[in-house]
Write a protein that binds this ligand. Structure first.
Ligand SMILES: Cc1cc2nc3c(=O)[nH]c(=O)nc-3n(C[C@H](O)[C@H](O)[C@H](O)COP(=O)(O)OP(=O)(O)OC[C@H]3O[C@@H](n4cnc5c(N)ncnc54)[C@H](O)[C@@H]3O)c2cc1C
Length: 407
């Protein structure tokens, strides 16, 4: 088997790569290998509308199943690439070799799991794939106590859905606040208060020791201070590990992800990497090398790689954005807050509509907007411009962000 472009990973980035290739008139053969059984689907609803039962699986497919055949994209699903031979230009799937002209590596990441005793018990779940969520949903009717490990977006979103279902949820975060790695303290404290108001027993600075297992199932989470938290299910949301093994083993440069340049090229010939697994230099983080875990990044990097394959040198330079839905709160973020030296609170969190502006050297580098769509839309221009703005006006929610003057 041979493909002019071989896409490895049938998730957000893989889907966008195939769509963009055909949109730009690519007439060669395209193969997409994915180790999940389903065609590409949206991952964010797994901790939101799909988990809540508000959207069926069909409604979260990125394209209807028939689309891929109509666009002459060969879908090789339920298959996992084990190794890459960059000299011979083929990958190995089981005992089959599949050759490529160019390859786009879009394998995302696997959930980081606990390593303590009991971590592999039957009802300890990650939230990454449809199968993970289906397995949890099948058990929900018969359980009442759930412990969520990790106060990042996925843990918080899962806790919100479960508390809406009336489950007794304990959320354990080892750091002193939730969302500590991605947001400022104002936002963390606001979400902590919201979850507590919805009945979640949210604990920060809390260290777990291990999981107690009874008849193969998690029955309690044992804390470092000796407390025993009875549980029927454990959900682990402590980040991902990029799926880069075969590429790194083949000699690609990388560490935390596969290193890519501004066109998403890896150090191996004719191999691109995009999405959660790709470590790139991001100008919105002062040029720091990083991986971004967002749909926007997966889509934009896929478009960059495809443009390059089609002979256009459009360097990746997209402003990062992200969203999170918890209860009736819609959070939208734009920019990257890493390295901020000040925050400006705009609006009153008590109204449940406000924004946090992240400043660096007097410039707006990022915004977190809670139920504040106008700030999100208008603030984007400030992140892009890097202008020095009047900070009193930035803090005044009655002044639309687009009307804020220069400092
Ligand atoms: C529960 C959840 C909620 C999220 N919420 C949001 C949100 O609100 N907003 C947002 O912007 N982002 C959100 N994200 C992140 C977003 O979904 C990811 O950034 C995005 O899916 C990355 O796309 P990707 O194509 O790089 O990886 P993925 O979508 O993970 O796709 C990678 C695919 O490759 C497969 N694969 C891996 N290794 C191999 C191999 N060797 N061979 C074959 N196939 C392989 C994987 O199984 C997977 O199917 C969320 C993620 C999760 C899990």
């Amino acid at each position: 088997m041979n493909y002019d472009v071989l896409i490895v990973g049938a998730g957000h980035a893989g889907a966008q790569a195939a769509i963009s290739l055909r949109q730009l008139g690519f007439e060669g053969s395209i193969g997409m290998i994915g180790d999940e059984k389903d065609p590409p689907y949206e991952r964010p609803p797994l901790s939101k509308e799909y988990f809540a039962g508000d959207k069926s699986f069909d409604r979260i497919l990125i394209r209807p199943a028939a689309f891929w055949g109509e666009r002459k994209v060969d879908m090789l699903l339920g298959k996992r690439v084990k190794s890459v031979d960059p000299q011979g230009k083929f990958v190995t799937v089981g005992d089959q070799e599949i050759s490529y002209g160019r390859m786009i590596w879009c394998t995302g990441g696997s959930p980081r799991m606990l390593t303590c005793n009991g971590a592999d018990a039957q009802n300890v779940h990650a939230v990454r794939r449809r199968d993970d969520v289906d397995a949890m949903m099948a058990k929900l009717d018969s359980i009442s106590h759930v412990t969520v490990i990790g106060g990042g977006y996925i843990g918080l979103e899962a806790a919100a859905v479960l508390s809406k279902f009336g489950k007794k949820v304990v959320l354990i975060e080892a750091l002193d606040r939730v969302l500590a790695r991605v947001a400022g303290e104002e936002l963390s404290r606001f979400y902590e208060a919201e979850h507590r108001a919805h009945g979640v027993d949210l604990r920060t600075g809390a260290k777990m020791d291990c999981i107690e297992v009874t008849d193969g199932k998690a029955s309690a989470v044992l804390m470092a201070d000796g407390e025993r938290i009875e549980t029927d299910m454990v959900i682990v949301g402590i980040g991902i590990v990029p799926e880069t093994g075969p590429l790194i083993a083949a000699g690609a440069a990388g560490g935390n992800g596969v290193d890519v340049d501004e066109y998403c090229r890896t150090s191996l010939p004719d191999i691109y990497a995009v999405g959660d697994c790709a470590a790139h230099s991001n100008r919105f983080a002062g040029g720091a090398t990083m991986r971004l875990e967002s749909v926007q990044n997966a889509n934009d990097q896929a478009k960059t790689a495809v443009a390059h394959i089609m002979g256009k040198e459009d360097a990746y330079d997209a402003v990062p954005w992200f969203w999170s839905n918890q209860y009736d709160l819609k959070l939208q973020t734009v920019g990257l807050s890493i390295g901020h030296d000040k925050t400006i609170l705009r609006g009153d969190p008590a109204t449940r509509s406000f924004s946090v502006l992240y400043m660096k050297g007097g410039k707006v580098i990022a915004l977190d907007c809670v139920n504040a769509v106008k700030d999100y839309v208008q603030g984007r221009a400030h992140v892009l411009s890097g202008a020095l703005l009047d900070q009193a006006q930035l803090a005044d929610a009655s002044v639309p962000l687009k009307e804020v003057g220069l400092a």
